[in-house]
Design a protein around this ligand. Structure first.
Ligand code: FPP
Length: 237
Protein backbone atom coordinates (compact mmCIF):
# COMPACT_ATOMS: atom_id res chain seq x y z
CA UNK A 1 0.00 0.00 0.00
CA UNK A 2 1.14 3.57 -0.79
CA UNK A 3 2.95 4.94 2.29
CA UNK A 4 1.45 8.41 1.83
CA UNK A 5 -2.11 7.19 2.34
CA UNK A 6 -3.97 8.34 5.46
CA UNK A 7 -4.83 5.38 7.66
CA UNK A 8 -7.95 5.75 9.82
CA UNK A 9 -7.03 5.57 13.51
CA UNK A 10 -10.17 3.66 14.50
CA UNK A 11 -11.98 1.37 12.05
CA UNK A 12 -15.32 -0.33 12.80
CA UNK A 13 -16.34 -3.40 10.83
CA UNK A 14 -19.86 -4.77 10.63
CA UNK A 15 -19.11 -8.29 9.42
CA UNK A 16 -22.28 -8.93 7.44
CA UNK A 17 -23.22 -11.52 4.82
CA UNK A 18 -21.83 -14.74 6.28
CA UNK A 19 -25.16 -16.55 5.93
CA UNK A 20 -25.70 -15.46 2.32
CA UNK A 21 -22.09 -16.34 1.43
CA UNK A 22 -22.71 -19.92 2.58
CA UNK A 23 -26.23 -20.26 1.15
CA UNK A 24 -25.07 -19.10 -2.30
CA UNK A 25 -22.56 -21.97 -2.22
CA UNK A 26 -25.18 -24.50 -1.18
CA UNK A 27 -23.82 -24.72 2.36
CA UNK A 28 -25.49 -24.24 5.72
CA UNK A 29 -25.37 -20.66 7.08
CA UNK A 30 -22.95 -21.58 9.87
CA UNK A 31 -20.25 -22.42 7.29
CA UNK A 32 -20.24 -18.72 6.48
CA UNK A 33 -19.35 -17.92 10.10
CA UNK A 34 -16.65 -20.59 10.06
CA UNK A 35 -15.08 -19.09 6.93
CA UNK A 36 -15.36 -15.62 8.43
CA UNK A 37 -12.76 -16.61 11.04
CA UNK A 38 -10.13 -17.18 8.33
CA UNK A 39 -10.95 -13.79 6.83
CA UNK A 40 -10.81 -12.14 10.23
CA UNK A 41 -7.39 -13.56 11.07
CA UNK A 42 -5.88 -12.22 7.83
CA UNK A 43 -7.62 -8.89 8.32
CA UNK A 44 -6.34 -8.40 11.89
CA UNK A 45 -2.76 -8.99 10.77
CA UNK A 46 -3.21 -6.65 7.84
CA UNK A 47 -4.74 -3.87 9.94
CA UNK A 48 -1.86 -4.11 12.42
CA UNK A 49 0.65 -4.02 9.51
CA UNK A 50 -0.79 -0.93 7.85
CA UNK A 51 -0.97 0.95 11.15
CA UNK A 52 -4.62 0.89 12.20
CA UNK A 53 -4.50 1.56 15.97
CA UNK A 54 -8.04 0.56 16.97
CA UNK A 55 -10.43 -1.85 15.26
CA UNK A 56 -13.94 -2.55 16.52
CA UNK A 57 -15.63 -5.69 15.22
CA UNK A 58 -19.36 -6.37 15.45
CA UNK A 59 -19.34 -10.07 16.31
CA UNK A 60 -22.75 -10.53 17.93
CA UNK A 61 -25.48 -8.00 18.65
CA UNK A 62 -27.88 -8.04 21.59
CA UNK A 63 -30.55 -8.69 18.92
CA UNK A 64 -28.71 -11.72 17.46
CA UNK A 65 -30.12 -13.83 20.34
CA UNK A 66 -33.36 -13.83 18.30
CA UNK A 67 -31.77 -16.20 15.76
CA UNK A 68 -32.41 -19.96 15.66
CA UNK A 69 -30.98 -21.62 18.77
CA UNK A 70 -28.76 -23.87 16.63
CA UNK A 71 -27.09 -20.83 15.00
CA UNK A 72 -26.65 -19.03 18.33
CA UNK A 73 -25.12 -22.18 19.86
CA UNK A 74 -22.80 -22.56 16.86
CA UNK A 75 -21.62 -18.96 17.21
CA UNK A 76 -21.03 -19.34 20.97
CA UNK A 77 -18.85 -22.42 20.31
CA UNK A 78 -17.05 -20.54 17.55
CA UNK A 79 -16.26 -17.71 19.97
CA UNK A 80 -14.83 -20.20 22.46
CA UNK A 81 -12.56 -21.92 19.90
CA UNK A 82 -11.57 -18.59 18.40
CA UNK A 83 -10.46 -17.07 21.71
CA UNK A 84 -8.93 -20.28 23.07
CA UNK A 85 -7.13 -21.36 19.85
CA UNK A 86 -7.56 -19.48 16.58
CA UNK A 87 -6.78 -16.03 17.98
CA UNK A 88 -3.81 -17.04 20.14
CA UNK A 89 -1.45 -15.71 17.46
CA UNK A 90 -2.57 -12.21 18.48
CA UNK A 91 -0.52 -12.54 21.68
CA UNK A 92 2.74 -12.59 19.67
CA UNK A 93 1.45 -10.06 17.15
CA UNK A 94 1.22 -7.40 19.86
CA UNK A 95 -2.57 -7.06 19.48
CA UNK A 96 -4.60 -6.24 22.60
CA UNK A 97 -8.07 -7.77 22.71
CA UNK A 98 -10.86 -6.03 24.64
CA UNK A 99 -14.62 -6.59 24.62
CA UNK A 100 -17.67 -4.38 24.51
CA UNK A 101 -21.12 -5.63 25.43
CA UNK A 102 -23.23 -7.13 28.21
CA UNK A 103 -21.93 -10.24 29.92
CA UNK A 104 -25.48 -11.39 30.72
CA UNK A 105 -26.71 -13.85 29.30
CA UNK A 106 -23.50 -15.10 27.64
CA UNK A 107 -22.63 -18.69 28.60
CA UNK A 108 -19.97 -19.11 31.32
CA UNK A 109 -17.55 -20.86 28.92
CA UNK A 110 -17.68 -17.94 26.47
CA UNK A 111 -17.03 -15.47 29.31
CA UNK A 112 -14.05 -17.55 30.48
CA UNK A 113 -12.54 -17.60 26.96
CA UNK A 114 -13.09 -13.83 26.64
CA UNK A 115 -11.45 -13.12 30.01
CA UNK A 116 -8.53 -15.38 29.14
CA UNK A 117 -7.60 -13.72 25.84
CA UNK A 118 -8.15 -10.27 27.33
CA UNK A 119 -5.73 -11.08 30.17
CA UNK A 120 -3.15 -12.72 27.86
CA UNK A 121 -3.00 -9.70 25.55
CA UNK A 122 -3.40 -6.90 28.10
CA UNK A 123 0.16 -5.54 27.70
CA UNK A 124 0.11 -5.53 23.89
CA UNK A 125 0.42 -2.18 22.18
CA UNK A 126 0.24 -2.31 18.35
CA UNK A 127 -3.50 -2.65 17.70
CA UNK A 128 -6.45 -2.64 20.07
CA UNK A 129 -9.08 -5.10 18.85
CA UNK A 130 -12.41 -4.23 20.41
CA UNK A 131 -14.76 -7.18 19.91
CA UNK A 132 -18.41 -6.19 20.28
CA UNK A 133 -20.10 -9.31 21.61
CA UNK A 134 -23.64 -9.25 22.91
CA UNK A 135 -23.32 -5.57 22.05
CA UNK A 136 -25.95 -2.95 21.28
CA UNK A 137 -25.50 0.78 21.20
CA UNK A 138 -28.80 1.39 23.01
CA UNK A 139 -27.84 -1.10 25.73
CA UNK A 140 -24.46 0.66 26.02
CA UNK A 141 -26.16 4.02 26.55
CA UNK A 142 -28.44 2.52 29.21
CA UNK A 143 -25.52 0.83 31.00
CA UNK A 144 -23.36 3.96 30.82
CA UNK A 145 -26.18 6.12 32.16
CA UNK A 146 -26.67 3.75 35.11
CA UNK A 147 -22.93 3.71 35.82
CA UNK A 148 -22.78 7.53 35.83
CA UNK A 149 -25.91 7.77 38.04
CA UNK A 150 -24.26 5.42 40.55
CA UNK A 151 -21.14 7.62 40.63
CA UNK A 152 -23.32 10.67 41.22
CA UNK A 153 -25.36 8.91 43.93
CA UNK A 154 -22.18 7.90 45.75
CA UNK A 155 -20.96 11.51 45.62
CA UNK A 156 -17.99 10.65 43.40
CA UNK A 157 -18.90 13.19 40.72
CA UNK A 158 -20.86 16.47 40.47
CA UNK A 159 -23.48 17.12 37.79
CA UNK A 160 -21.11 19.50 36.03
CA UNK A 161 -18.54 16.73 35.60
CA UNK A 162 -20.87 15.11 33.07
CA UNK A 163 -19.95 16.27 29.60
CA UNK A 164 -19.42 14.63 26.19
CA UNK A 165 -15.89 13.50 26.97
CA UNK A 166 -16.94 12.05 30.33
CA UNK A 167 -19.71 10.03 28.69
CA UNK A 168 -17.28 8.71 26.07
CA UNK A 169 -14.82 7.66 28.79
CA UNK A 170 -17.56 5.73 30.56
CA UNK A 171 -18.79 3.69 27.60
CA UNK A 172 -17.94 -0.04 27.67
CA UNK A 173 -14.40 0.84 26.49
CA UNK A 174 -12.62 4.18 26.53
CA UNK A 175 -11.68 4.36 22.84
CA UNK A 176 -11.16 7.25 20.43
CA UNK A 177 -14.03 8.05 18.05
CA UNK A 178 -14.56 5.89 14.98
CA UNK A 179 -13.05 7.32 11.80
CA UNK A 180 -14.32 4.74 9.35
CA UNK A 181 -17.20 2.25 9.52
CA UNK A 182 -17.21 -0.57 6.97
CA UNK A 183 -20.26 -2.79 6.53
CA UNK A 184 -19.87 -5.66 4.10
CA UNK A 185 -22.61 -7.28 1.96
CA UNK A 186 -24.14 -4.09 0.55
CA UNK A 187 -26.58 -3.45 3.43
CA UNK A 188 -26.81 0.26 4.26
CA UNK A 189 -27.54 0.25 8.00
CA UNK A 190 -25.77 0.85 11.30
CA UNK A 191 -27.85 -1.79 13.15
CA UNK A 192 -27.23 -0.44 16.67
CA UNK A 193 -23.41 -0.42 16.21
CA UNK A 194 -21.39 2.17 18.19
CA UNK A 195 -23.73 5.07 17.52
CA UNK A 196 -22.07 7.44 20.02
CA UNK A 197 -18.60 6.67 18.67
CA UNK A 198 -19.61 6.89 14.98
CA UNK A 199 -20.96 10.44 15.05
CA UNK A 200 -18.37 11.77 12.57
CA UNK A 201 -17.24 8.51 10.99
CA UNK A 202 -17.08 8.04 7.24
CA UNK A 203 -19.05 5.04 5.95
CA UNK A 204 -18.15 2.43 3.34
CA UNK A 205 -20.45 -0.31 2.08
CA UNK A 206 -18.65 -2.83 -0.15
CA UNK A 207 -20.86 -5.37 -1.93
CA UNK A 208 -18.73 -8.40 -0.96
CA UNK A 209 -19.89 -10.70 1.82
CA UNK A 210 -17.65 -10.72 4.87
CA UNK A 211 -15.89 -14.07 4.15
CA UNK A 212 -14.63 -12.43 0.90
CA UNK A 213 -13.45 -9.24 2.61
CA UNK A 214 -9.75 -9.90 2.05
CA UNK A 215 -6.82 -7.57 2.84
CA UNK A 216 -7.03 -6.45 -0.84
CA UNK A 217 -10.66 -5.42 -0.27
CA UNK A 218 -9.55 -3.59 2.88
CA UNK A 219 -6.96 -1.68 0.83
CA UNK A 220 -9.71 -0.58 -1.57
CA UNK A 221 -11.59 0.75 1.45
CA UNK A 222 -8.51 2.72 2.52
CA UNK A 223 -8.17 4.23 -0.96
CA UNK A 224 -11.79 5.35 -0.77
CA UNK A 225 -11.21 6.81 2.73
CA UNK A 226 -8.46 8.95 1.23
CA UNK A 227 -10.95 10.54 -1.16
CA UNK A 228 -13.25 11.71 1.62
CA UNK A 229 -13.19 15.31 2.76
CA UNK A 230 -13.82 15.25 6.49
CA UNK A 231 -15.11 18.53 7.86
CA UNK A 232 -16.46 17.62 11.30
CA UNK A 233 -19.19 20.23 10.90
CA UNK A 234 -16.75 22.92 9.71
CA UNK A 235 -16.43 24.46 6.25
CA UNK A 236 -15.06 22.83 3.10
CA UNK A 237 -11.29 23.47 2.62
C1 FPP B 1 -23.56 -11.39 10.14
O1 FPP B 1 -23.78 -12.19 9.00
C2 FPP B 1 -22.61 -12.05 11.03
C3 FPP B 1 -22.83 -12.38 12.33
C4 FPP B 1 -24.08 -12.11 13.04
C5 FPP B 1 -21.79 -13.07 13.11
C6 FPP B 1 -20.41 -12.50 12.97
C7 FPP B 1 -19.46 -13.46 13.50
C8 FPP B 1 -18.26 -13.72 12.96
C9 FPP B 1 -17.70 -13.00 11.81
C10 FPP B 1 -17.42 -14.81 13.48
C11 FPP B 1 -16.86 -14.69 14.85
C12 FPP B 1 -16.18 -13.47 15.22
C13 FPP B 1 -15.20 -13.41 16.18
C14 FPP B 1 -14.76 -12.09 16.66
C15 FPP B 1 -14.56 -14.59 16.76
P1 FPP B 1 -25.22 -12.82 8.83
O2 FPP B 1 -25.23 -14.14 9.51
O3 FPP B 1 -26.24 -11.86 9.31
O4 FPP B 1 -25.31 -13.02 7.27
P2 FPP B 1 -26.59 -12.78 6.37
O5 FPP B 1 -26.95 -11.32 6.49
O6 FPP B 1 -26.12 -13.16 5.01
O7 FPP B 1 -27.67 -13.69 6.89
Amino acid sequence: MDKDLKIPNHVGIIMDGNGRWAQERGMVRTMGHKNAIKTLKALCLHMADVGVKYASLYAFSTENFKREKSEVDYLMDLFITSFKKEFKFLIEKNVRVVFSGRREPLPEKVLEAMDEIQEQTKNNKDLVLNICLNYGSHAEMVDTTKKICEMYKEGKIALDDINEEFIQKNLYQDLPPLDYVIRTSGELRLSNFMMYQASYAEFYFPKVYFPDFTPEEFDKAILEFNHRNRRFGGVKK
